[in-house]
Every structure is written in structure tokens, then in C-alpha cells.
Design a protein around this ligand. Structure first.
Ligand code: GLU
Length: 491
């Protein structure tokens, strides 16, 4: 017998928000399918119309594509198992629910809101989880017929066994045993005729021939109910892979409100998308060795569901930063220029300016693109800075020596005919040799005079080249004036 082709799915609800935990589920589903030469599908679970957000489906498709998680079947590309949007499959679920009624595995429930609220309140007082009391489980066929004819609103509920235990295996969490008595007669078809997520996922996973279900561990608790549905239909249960939540810290959820939970949040923060994907792969999965940097094809090769950890994963932004820096370093200069340009423009309006040069200086020292403006804001104008900045023990610089050497540098820089880095370099080092001083004694004050900072992308020579001769001379003159008036008034 041919082994079954592996088919996995990512089944998000169109809430307009791609939590990194969801993206990780998509990634693992993609990796599992691709490693096995299988099929990865995108299915939109939009049966909860109240949660629907305009444009959210396009957004999901776009994020999957831009991160390289290309699906083989999905709402915008079709496939043999469509439609891939649950609201477009509405009729189909009712038919299956009716089959369950016929076989005694589901029933009509006509309880109204008030009655259900009362049951919930009783459960709350008794300090037990809300659970339907089975009121409509045993209505006679005549009673049901009458209520349907009277057009009484109804839902269809799953008829769960009330005694005994159920056992299932999960690839990550192992064997799980649950008492049927703990399980609710969950709603399968709502009063609006739409299925609940809890019903639709089972029908669709079966009809779409999904072999492996990867989803968040919050669904573990409902899994025995889904399994009962598979059994009632006589269907094979797919392999279950529940993944632990992604947390900010132990016991602390990542927060949508604080803007550090979704893929978009991290893109806005300036992290590279490839670094985000690489990082979330490592959230709860490890390759079994110390490797940390993986391209997507390398992840496909290395991925193994047996190496998924069941402990909650902690999102370590410092680690993501580090990885993002590594990815920035791997870019070609052209790619980096393209990505950094919008951020460079945020801080720099001076023209003409050598953007390639700025990028070259930034690329080796950057972790995220949003750090760019603060690193180069001095190009337009020198920020306020204290004169103490000229004092630097290791560089053997003091405000007094700074004043002296800036003054000696002026005529030397002025005399340069042209303004290449090489020429600036030669002139400055000739002066250092001539004065018999340490390099830092001249280069430190020169850099401070041009930037007002103690650390900049590139040193004096690169910055002077970027700013041009005129601006360089002007800034040195400004610095000399400040040092003369503020450190040695009256001298
Ligand atoms: N639609 C569910 C959600 O967005 C996904 C559950 C599943 O993967 O089965 O949370």
C-alpha cells in the first residue's frame, strides 16, 4: 500500500491579527508538509462572523507569501478540495450534522438564551466549568417535530457519552486521558445555521484529507470531542501535534495592546522577516544541536516534530535582535540599501549625500532597521552635546587638548584639494605623525565635533567624507568656538 501523502493545513480565523504563535503554527505545518514532499494548505475559518475583520484574508495570504510559506491550495489559488473559506462551505456542515442526529450522536436543542444563562450561573455558583445540562437530549421525535414546525430557533449539539473515559495520543503531549463526564455537549450548528469552529474543523480536516493537524495547545481540551465526531462518522483521526503557547515571560501573555505580539508588530519594529521566521522556528522546537541560523529550506531539512518541546516557549526579543543583525549582515549591499532607504530618509534630508556609503557604515552594526534614524541623525545637524564629551581617558583627550588639535586640523583639512576618504586619511595621519600624538587625541575630538556623539557608524574620516568639506570645516569651527567660550572663558 502506498503511504498516504502528507497534507497539513494552516487554519486561521480572519481576525486581522497574525499572532507570532499563529505564524509559528503555519510555519511548522509548512515545514512538516514540505519535508515529506507533501501538501500545505491554507483554510480560512470564518464561521464566527462577529470576529470577521475586513481585508483580513488578504492580509493572511500576503504574510504567508512574503515569509515564503507558500501554500499549495488556498482561497486565492484554489485546489481540488475547495472552497477554502468555511463560510462558502456552509450548506455542507448542516448535512453532516443531520447525519449525526440520525445516528444518535447529536440532537436539536431549543433552549433559549435565558435558560442557558441560568445554567451558566448555576455552574458558576457551584464553581464548575459551564456545561449544558442535557435538557434537550431526550426530546421525543414528536416534540422535536412540533418545535421545528413552530419555527423555534435551535442549535444542534453533540451528544457526548456521560460516563467512561477517552484516551488519545498527541505527538507532543503524549497520551491524554479524559473523563467523558467533564465534556460538554458542545454546539455543532449555531442558531444562525453556521457551524461552530469546533464542528467545521473536523468536517474540513476530513474532507480535505488532512493527515497531520498542528495547532495551539489550547485546543487539546476540545480534542476528545473532535475525536468523538471522527468516531461517530467512522473516520480516521489525523495525527495530532499540539504546540505550546508562546509567552512573553512565564505566565505572561504576549500583548496585542502593547504591540508586541503580532508579525506586523515585529516588522514595524524593524526586524527582518527572514529573521522573524528563523526565530519563531526556534520557539519550542530545537534542531537537536546548537545551530541557530537557518534559511527556510534548511529548516525544511532539519524539522522534526519529535523535537517540539511541550513547555511554553518564551519570546526573547534580545535573541530576535541578535538574529536580525546576523540576517542584516548577510544581505548584499544593494538589498540593504533598498531596505534601509526609507529609514535613512526619515533622518537625513541633506543633499547631496552618499546613500551607499551611509548603508555601508550602518550594515555591520545594525540589529533592526528602526535603529537607523537615531544612529545617523547627526548628518543633518549636530545634536546638543555636553563639552565633557571631549574628555576621554583612553583616547587621552581633554577639552583643552581637543581645542588645540582641532585648531591644528583646520588648516590641514582646508588644504585638501578634493575630498576623498583617502585624501582625508592621508592628511589626518600626516598631522598625527607630525604632532607626535596618539591617533585618538585627534580623531576623537574630530568625530565629536562632527557628530556630537561618542559612537557613530564609521569614524571621523567616513563622516567627514559624507558631510563634505564645507560642512566639515564649519562644524570644526563651531566646535572650536564653543570650546573657547565655554571651557576657557576669557582666555
Ligand atoms: N481557527 C483556529 C484559530 O484561528 C485554528 C484552529 C486550528 O488550527 O484548528 O485559532
Amino acid at each position: 500500500m502506498n503511504p498516504k501523502k502528507i497534507r497539513t493545513r494552516f487554519a486561521p480565523s480572519p481576525t486581522g491579527f497574525m499572532h507570532v504563535g499563529n505564524l509559528r503554527t503555519a510555519l511548522y505545518s509548512y515545514l512538516l508538509a514540505k519535508k515529506a514532499g507533501g501538501v500545505f494548505i491554507l483554510r480560512i475559518e470564518d464561521t464566527d462572523q462577529a470576529r470577521y475583520v475586513e481585508g483580513a484574508i488578504d492580509k493572511i495570504c500576503q504574510i504567508l507569501k512574503e515569509t515564503g510559506l507558500h501554500y499549495d491550495e488556498g482561497p486565492d489559488i484554489g485546489g481540488d478540495y475547495g472552497p477554502y473559506i468555511q463560510s462558502q462551505r456552509k450548506e455542507l456542515y448542516l448535512e453532516y450534522a443531520q447525519k449525526l442526529i440520525e445516528t444518535g450522536n447529536a440532537y436539536y436543542c431549543f433552549c433559549d438564551k435565558e435558560r442557558l444563562a441560568k445554567i451558566r450561573e448555576q455552574c458558576r455558583i457551584a464553581k464548575i466549568d459551564p456545561k449544558y445540562d442535557g435538557h434537550c437530549r431526550n426530546l421525543s421525535p414528536e416534540e422535536i417535530q412540533k418545535k421545528l414546525e413552530d419555527k423555534k430557533p435551535f442549535v444542534i449539539r453533540q451528544k457526548m457519552p456521560t460516563t467512561g473515559i477517552t484516551i488519545f495520543d498527541d505527538q507532543v503531549f503524549g497520551t491524554i486521558q479524559v473523563d467523558f463526564s467533564q465534556l460538554d455537549d458542545q454546539v455543532l450548528i449555531k442558531a444562525d445555521g453556521l457551524p461552530t469552529y469546533n464542528f467545521a474543523n473536523v468536517i474540513d480536516d476530513h474532507l480535505m484529507e488532512i493527515t497531520h493537524i498542528i495547532r495551539g495547545s489550547e485546543f487539546l481540551i476540545s480534542t476528545p470531542k473532535y475525536n468523538q465526531l471522527y468516531k461517530a462518522f467512522g473516520w480516521e483521526i489525523p495525527t495530532l501535534v499540539h504546540v505550546p503557547p508562546v509567552m512573553k515571560a512565564a505566565g505572561q501573555k504576549m500583548s496585542k495592546r502593547l504591540g508586541d505580539a503580532s508579525y506586523d508588530d515585529f516588522i514595524k519594529k524593524g526586524y527582518l522577516k527572514d529573521a522573524i521566521i528563523n526565530y519563531i522556528a526556534l520557539l519550542g522546537w530545537s534542531p537537536g544541536d546548537n545551530r541557530e541560523i537557518f534559511t527556510l529550506p534548511e529548516l525544511v531539512n532539519a524539522f522534526d516534530i519529535n523535537n517540539i518541546n511541550k513547555a511554553p516557549a518564551i519570546f526573547d526579543e534580545a535573541k530576535l535582535s541578535w538574529l536580525s543583525g546576523e540576517y542584516i549582515r548577510k544581505l548584499s549591499l544593494e538589498e540593504f540599501v533598498q531596505m534601509s532607504l526609507p529609514y535613512i530618509k526619515q533622518a537625513v534630508s541633506r543633499v547631496p549625500i552618499d546613500i551607499q556609503k551611509i548603508s555601508q557604515l550602518l550594515q555591520p552594526r545594525l540589529e533592526k532597521l528602526t535603529d537607523i534614524p537615531a544612529q545617523i541623525n547627526f548628518i543633518d545637524s549636530v545634536p546638543d552635546y555636553p563639552l565633557d564629551l571631549y574628555a576621554h581617558q583612553k583616547m587621552k583627550s581633554t577639552p583643552e587638548s581637543a581645542l588645540r588639535f582641532l585648531k591644528s586640523a583646520l588648516p590641514v583639512l582646508n588644504a585638501i584639494d578634493g575630498w576623498s576618504e583617502k585624501q582625508i586619511h592621508t592628511a589626518v595621519f600626516e598631522l598625527i605623525n607630525h604632532l607626535k600624538i596618539k591617533t585618538g587625541q585627534l580623531l576623537w575630538p574630530l568625530r565629536v565635533a562632527l557628530s556630537g556623539k561618542q559612537s557613530t557608524p564609521g569614524g571621523f574620516i567616513e563622516i567627514a567624507y559624507l558631510l563634505g568639506k564645507e560642512e566639515t570645516i564649519k562644524r570644526i569651527n563651531d566646535a572650536i568656538r564653543r570650546l573657547e567660550t565655554e571651557t576657557m572663558p576669557g582666555v
